[in-house]
Design a protein around this ligand. Structure first.
Ligand code: 0GY
Length: 310
């Protein structure tokens, strides 16, 4: 599973994904879904988008599927990353080679044809992603996004939104007007140095409380954590500062949460997580077998494989 940089030169300072993940101690429930991960290229086959804000290390579908099997997941939800822009070719290729074990979230522009949407649906795409993180994308007018949301609704797709916590007030009216299920990436990126009961995270909780079409991925402790991956005093476990946030969301909205590795972890410069240890983080945020089943099996199935009824 060795990372390679392939045909493009990787952004300096950007860490390669970790190619020797531990076998998790936490045994995932049968049918578990890694509901947030990406494929990158390989760039020689699927070139990165000219408008990208970073150039990743290649991370192929075969490497993703090997990680899935190693960690004990059954399925993946592959999310289009910004480095591929609105060219979903690498994503579609991965879905088509997954033997039905992967579904996808694409990025589309206003001019996408119905024929292209149908082809994506047939390959396994079930959502579109709207990204508001300014370091990752250029601005797209909200009317354009709303037009896309109204069109993809016809296919029964949902909208995945990625934003920073400080931007939620400004985006609130747009998000609450979306006509589909709405899935928030990484709990709306809370600043975990702020109190979990403080105004910022309370607004996010209110967003979910008041809108039962809103779901959240309780993913990316490695991205949100300030305390980081290392035990501070020999007792504290990795990413402890993220636990209260994720646990609160899981316990308040057990039917509307998803979890994913975020492999291959774009844009990390300080440390690269071991995906096996990330899996071991799950029982700290979903503390009972029932919550774990909902988070890892029932919820992602309901959203991405509703045809599976047992
Ligand atoms: C993530 C997070 C990031 C990047 C992207 O599409 C992307 O490029 O989502 C990030 O840099 O925070 O979920 O993969």
């Amino acid at each position: 599973m060795k990372p390679t940089s392939g045909a493009f030169e990787k952004t300096p300072g950007w860490l390669d994904w970790f190619d020797g993940p531990a076998k998790p101690q936490f045994v995932l429930p049968a049918g578990a879904v890694d509901a947030h991960c990406h494929v990158f290229g390989p760039g020689a086959q699927f070139p990165y988008a000219p408008e990208r804000k970073y150039t990743p290390c290649d991370a192929s579908k075969d490497q993703l599927f090997a990680l899935r099997d190693h960690l004990g997941f059954e399925k993946n939800v592959i999310v289009q990353a910004t480095c591929h822009g609105a060219d979903n070719s690498a994503l579609i290729d991965a879905l088509k080679h997954s033997g039905g074990q992967a579904r996808g979230v694409a990025t589309v522009k206003r001019d996408v044809t119905d024929q292209a949407l149908q082809a994506m649906h047939d390959a396994g795409v079930r959502g579109v992603r709207f990204n508001f993180v300014k370091r990752l994308v250029d601005f797209t007018p909200k009317e354009e996004l709303m037009e896309i949301a109204n069109r993809i609704k016809h296919w029964g797709w949902h909208v995945v939104i990625y934003f920073e916590a400080v931007d939620l007030p400004e985006l609130w009216d747009f998000f609450t007007a979306l006509p589909t299920t709405v899935v928030v990436d990484h709990m709306g990126r809370p600043n975990v140095q702020h109190p979990v009961d403080g105004p910022e995270f309370s607004l996010f909780m209110k967003f979910m409380q008041q809108h039962d079409n809103v779901w959240s991925k309780v993913s990316c402790p490695e991205r949100l954590s300030v305390s980081g991956p290392k035990a501070l005093n020999g007792e504290q476990q990795a990413y402890q500062d993220v636990v209260p946030y994720a646990r609160r969301v899981v316990e308040a909205f057990p039917e509307r949460v998803l979890w994913g590795t975020d492999w291959p972890h774009p844009n990390l410069k300080d440390h690269m997580p071991d995906d096996g240890l990330l899996v071991d983080f799950i029982p700290q945020i979903a503390v009972t077998p029932e919550l774990q089943s909902k988070l890892l099996v029932d919820n992602p199935r309901r959203l991405y494989w509703p045809e599976i009824t047992v």
